[in-house]
Design a protein around this ligand. Structure first.
Ligand code: ZN
Length: 240
């Protein structure tokens, strides 16, 4: 089975469509989403309706939780808050129910999926260092786990310092647990604007980081046309 692992789509329809086309061309049969399907960009309804029909599972992200809720959004930056309020106004009750039904952690065969961290999945902490990753790895019961939330691609290997960035392909070590971030489909933050996702081949144990050019200008224009903050559109161009 070849799977596409999609993190942080964030309502970016142009990026999602490019990624799905690419994943299909590589023979992916399952599509797993690491949460933050909505928030920030201009197409929450379209992205949700595409993702819920895909074969695969989706876990809950902090933006999904808030977009489906109704309480005050004090913990978020002003950009995120404006966009979440806008997203709430676009989603139907049925969309919100679907989001609220997502679980924070899912296991698919020998792989675990989570949005932020495994030691405290709904505290929404950011795993940016090997030290932080070790807490998650200690709670990981499968050889592989995929996470998102930081929007930064990389791999943390249990007991080893420093993250690894994968490029064209990597044969995964079979004797160590790995905590892997495929980067963000819809809002990369590593100063590379291209959509980021991973392909994992269960039989061969191969893992590929894919970076794809997509119609980022249209994604930015859609943000502006929706009346969302210009900064949200601009950061798509800079990959920040
Ligand atoms: Zn996110």
């Amino acid at each position: 089975m070849r799977c596409a692992i999609l993190g942080d789509i964030h309502s970016n329809l142009q990026a999602l469509e490019a990624v799905l086309k690419d994943a299909h061309s590589y023979g992916c049969e399952e599509f797993h989403c690491l949460g933050d399907l909505v928030g920030y960009n201009a197409n929450p309804v379209e992205c949700l309706e595409i993702v819920r029909e895909l074969p695969g599972v989706c876990v809950l992200g902090n933006h999904d939780e808030e977009a489906a809720g109704s309480h005050e959004l004090s913990k978020f930056s002003s950009q995120a808050r404006v966009s979440l309020e806008w997203t709430r106004s676009k989603l139907s009750e049925e969309h919100k129910e679907w989001l609220m039904g997502l679980r924070p952690v899912r296991q698919i065969r020998r792989t675990t999926l989570v949005h932020a961290s495994l030691d405290s999945p709904t505290s929404w902490g950011y795993i940016r260092t090997s030290e932080a990753a070790e807490f998650s790895l200690a709670c990981q019961h499968t050889p592989l786990a995929f996470f998102g939330h930081t929007h930064l691609p990389g791999i943390f290997i249990q007991g080893e310092n420093g993250g690894v960035i994968v490029g064209d392909g990597l044969q995964l070590p079979s004797n160590k647990k790995l905590f892997i971030n495929p980067g963000a489909v819809g809002q990369p933050r590593d100063r590379d604007w291209r959509a980021s996702y991973m392909i994992y081949d269960e039989e061969s144990g191969g893992l590929w980081l894919r970076r794809l050019k997509y119609d980022v200008k249209s994604a930015r224009e859609a943000v502006l046309d929706a009346g969302l903050p210009q900064k949200i559109g601009d950061r798509l161009i800079t990959g920040t």
